[in-house]
Design a binder for this molecule. Structure first.
Ligand code: HEM
Length: 454
């Protein structure tokens, strides 16, 4: 779809701001995602905010997402919008730009193609069966925090697949540390109005502790890989890569930043997806029954393997539907380099563009009954009638999620393995499923669920 440029682009509508600060603190007070959803409902598909000196445009229409992420992607970079993330978690492939990004992407891409990820199917199955062995051995019927259980299995999968080692007992402390880093970034948002890191505020103290825990883990992973000799995994690839021009290997810090991104991007989002899936299945027994039918027909009680994935079509529709309503990456950001026009509205150099799959995925113009959990949204005949960029849980264009094939294969295999063996129910069936946006979209608090062997 191409965008026509009117002769005089207009200024997008948006909420009035306060003197000097504009809308800077409004989103903090209201909760970021809520604030932007309300603005969408009040002002439409392109909304303008004034964040102190910075102008921000929120876009949700598929053709606008396509323009920013695909057709005119060169004009929309990860600049100032990613500065807080860079400062807090480091500058790996997720935040890098230009030549540095291209080099890392070229290097890592082969590991993540559909052919490249096929080798990890056995690890995914094995880590899930280890989790289930723990469930089978439980003497208690007390609820478990299902988000923690999913985090455990996806952490085990990513560390075994990419670093050749199992995270084992480090999982809780390291995971909490990583999540705190991301929470810190989302709480600060774009604001540079904050105490400097050396001031001993409560938040700076927690940040320092989280960085220490995470660094101990990351440098430990690198040390261990070196000590035990390099193998075929991604970490070994990163350790041996040489810059084509200088011939230099990555610095220890660069390596640490890439390990962090792989580890974090590689487990958190998939765990959140599975967590929401269990909650949805508990609330939609008719979907669960159809899922069970498919599992019985395709697998007849045996564990799912790589070759089964093509036949597990409804299982995949369940995952797609969860990713539609609860896209873990609910918000993405870019910075405009040169002037442009989105819809009828003017974009100026330096404007920050907020892309909101959360709303694109619930846009009534593109989704029938958009707020309902219904995997039929992904029936093939309905997919073909929908604009391609109406569904972007993995982003789009050159910065599309590197781990997309890995994540989809993992989510289908884990869901199929567990759903065949267990029925999972909300400990409190009346529990309202509130969400929290802290870098990724998560359920608010732990999600206590009960496990019932089938
Ligand atoms: C359901 C699971 C996942 C979801 C929903 C997801 C979503 C996303 C999205 C939306 C982006 C693009 C961000 C942007 O354009 O600003 C992204 C980037 C990325 N993801 Fe994922 N992701 C998932 C799983 C994974 C996994 C399993 C890995 C690694 C094994 C991974 C690695 C990455 C990397 C490295 C990038 C940065 C790519 C680049 O900038 O070139 N992701 N992801």
């Amino acid at each position: 779809m191409t965008t026509t440029t009117p002769t005089t682009p207009r200024t997008a509508p948006g909420p009035r701001g306060k003197f000097l600060v504009g809308n800077l603190f409004d989103a903090r007070e209201a909760g970021l995602l809520d604030y932007h959803v309300k603005a969408w409902r009040a002002y439409g598909d392109v909304v303008r905010f004034q964040m102190g000196p910075l102008t921000m445009l929120q876009v949700v229409r598929p053709e606008h997402l396509q323009q920013v992420m695909v057709s005119n992607a060169k004009n929309y970079i990860k600049g100032l919008s990613h500065e807080n993330l860079r400062r807090t978690i480091g500058d790996g492939i997720l935040t890098a730009e230009g030549e540095a990004w291209q080099r890392q992407r070229r290097l890592m891409q082969p590991t993540y193609t559909p052919k490249g990820v096929a080798q990890f199917a056995d690890i995914m199955g094995d880590s899930t069966r280890k989790l289930l062995a723990g469930w089978d051995a439980r003497a208690s019927a007390a609820p478990v925090a299902i988000n923690q259980e999913m985090m455990h299995v996806t952490m085990s999968v990513i560390s075994r697949s990419m670093f050749g080692l199992d995270i084992g007992e480090h999982f809780k402390e390291t995971g909490d540390g990583l999540r705190y880093l991301l929470q810190h970034v989302s709480e600060r948002g774009l604001s540079s109005i904050d105490w400097p890191a050396w001031v001993p505020t409560e938040s700076n103290r927690r940040l320092k502790h989280a960085v220490r825990v995470v660094d101990e883990f990351l440098y430990g992973v690198i040390r261990e890989r070196r000590a035990h000799g390099l193998g075929e995994d991604l970490l070994s690839l990163l350790m041996t890569a040489k810059d084509a021009e200088t011939g230099e290997a990555m610095s220890e810090k660069q390596l640490r930043d890439e390990v962090l991104i792989t580890f974090f991007a590689g487990h958190e989002t998939t765990a959140q997806t599975l967590t929401w899936t269990w909650a949805m299945l508990a609330q939609h027994p008719e979907v669960e029954a159809r899922l069970w039918d498919e599992l019985a027909r395709v697998l007849a009680g045996r564990s799912p393997a790589l070759d089964d994935i093509g036949a597990l079509t409804y299982t995949r529709q369940v995952i797609d539907e969860t990713l539609r309503l609860y896209s873990p990456v609910a918000v993405m950001a870019r910075d405009a380099v040169a002037a442009d026009v989105v819809g009828d509205y003017a974009v100026a150099p330096g404007n920050l563009i907020l892309l909101l799959p959360f709303m694109t995925h619930r846009h009534p113009e593109f989704w029938e009954n958009p707020d309902a959990f219904d995997p039929e949204h992904f029936a093939p005949e309905r997919v073909k009638d929908r604009p391609r960029y109406a569904y972007v849980p993995f982003g789009a264009g050159p910065r599309t999620c590197l781990g997309m094939h890995f994540a989809l294969m993992e989510a289908v295999l884990i869901l199929a393995e567990i759903a065949q063996r267990y029925q999972i129910r909300l400990a409190n069936p009346k529990q309202e499923l509130a969400f929290d946006w802290a870098g990724t979209l998560r359920p608010k608090g732990d999600l206590p669920m009960t496990l019932h062997a089938r």
